[in-house]
Design a protein around this ligand. Structure first.
Ligand code: PMP
Length: 353
């Protein structure tokens, strides 16, 4: 018989991230990681890091990193919030900003962590279906709600919407907090950071995990009005004062200061994405127009689940979601040109089977 105390344990279905592997031979295209190393300036900062300083707690406000981000986005430090990856930032935002009895709203096809946080924090939610082309219809978002969250570009569809779309969303939602999750914006999306100066209820979140190749350091941020940021800080400081460690502060700062390397890395990922998209279309795939570091694709008459499993046996890991509407799609992270050449070769091998 189960012990009585087990009744009090939290039962929750967690989010499952892309599989990690110790095998160095794997072509890993399943977690939207960047195939290029972090900026040499960030690497230098890590090498020069004084381990002795780890005796001390980090600066709880991570001011040094906030300052470079504030300069980068042309805002003040009290318009910036930092967290342990943007997952942490968004989790804090859900707790801090979504406290209505009305449901929060987001698209049916989107980042699958959102319903997990809703469940964890007891936040009611409602989804609006994206259309047959996987586009979000802004007119759906006119109904009264407890808050809005939309990734732009969206994941896993890879489709980006314009800042006009976001302004319309804000026009329709003046009584709610609107969060735009910009995890992938640097790969060709339109950022709404400027709009945070005009709309006090807009929070834009971002991450160092994708375009800055620092997924392992866990740095996420949000830009928004002083009002929103102060509430995020209050909630964060109610559960963990030190979400950004001393090493992340130094390496994150160096990464922001190396703008040239950042732009070059994004440019390379975009160029490879466009090449792979064209190649796959030639092979008969339907590939959505991506504004991210991944592509979302399907092929008529071909099982994407089977293809995903086949590629795994060839040590090429991509992502498959068994989710209604997209059960015959795969998400492929853009790797280096060499990695993508192997991916395309194995893909051809699969089609010729
Ligand atoms: N938002 C979206 C849409 C994502 O796909 C991810 C990555 N899984 C994140 C946020 C979080 O990324 P991180 O915590 O590494 O910043």
């Amino acid at each position: 018989m189960e012990k009585l105390w087990t009744e009090n344990l939290r039962k929750i279905e967690p989010y499952v991230p892309g599989e990690q592997s110790e095998d160095k031979d794997i072509i890993k295209l399943n977690a939207n990681e960047n195939p290029y190393p972090p900026s040499p300036m960030a690497e230098q900062a890590i090498k020069e890091f004084n381990a002795d300083s780890l005796r001390l707690y980090p600066n709880a406000n991570a001011t040094e990193l906030k300052q470079v981000l504030a300069d980068y986005y042309n805002v003040k430090t009290n318009n910036i919030f930092l967290g342990n990856g943007s997952d942490d930032v968004i989790a804090v935002a859900f707790q801090a900003l979504f406290n209505s009895d009305l449901p929060i709203v987001y698209p049916d096809l989107t980042y699958s962590f959102y319903p997990v946080w809703c469940s964890l924090f007891n936040i009611p939610y409602k989804t609006y279906p994206v259309d047959d082309d996987f586009r979000i219809n802004v007119e759906d978002y006119k109904e009264k709600n407890g808050g809005v969250i939309i990734p732009n570009p969206n994941a896993p569809t890879s489709i980006g919407e314009s800042t006009d779309f976001v302004e319309k969303l804000l026009e329709y939602n003046q009584d709610s907090v609107v969060i735009i999750d910009e995890a992938y914006v640097d790969f060709g999306g339109e950022s709404s950071v400027e709009l945070t100066k005009k709309y006090e209820n807009l929070l834009v979140t971002g991450t160092f995990s994708k375009s800055r190749s620092l997924a392992g350091l866990r740095i996420g941020f949000a830009v928004g009005s002083e009002k929103l940021i102060s509430v995020l800080e209050a909630v964060k400081n109610s559960y963990n004062s030190y979400t950004i460690d001393s090493l992340s502060i130094k390496a994150g700062k160096a990464s922001i200061l190396d703008d040239e390397y950042f732009k070059e890395t994004c440019r390379k990922v975009i160029a490879t994405r466009e090449y792979v998209t064209a190649q796959m279309r030639e092979m008969g795939f339907k590939v959505l127009d991506s504004s991210t570091n991944f592509i979302f694709a399907t092929k008529d008459g071909c099982s994407m689940k089977d293809m995903f499993e086949y590629l795994k046996t060839k040590k090429v890991y991509i992502r498959y979601f068994s989710i209604p509407r997209i059960e015959n799609y795969v998400r492929i992270t853009i790797g280096t040109d060499e990695e993508m050449a192997i991916f395309l070769k194995e893909l051809k091998g699969y089609l010729q089977k």
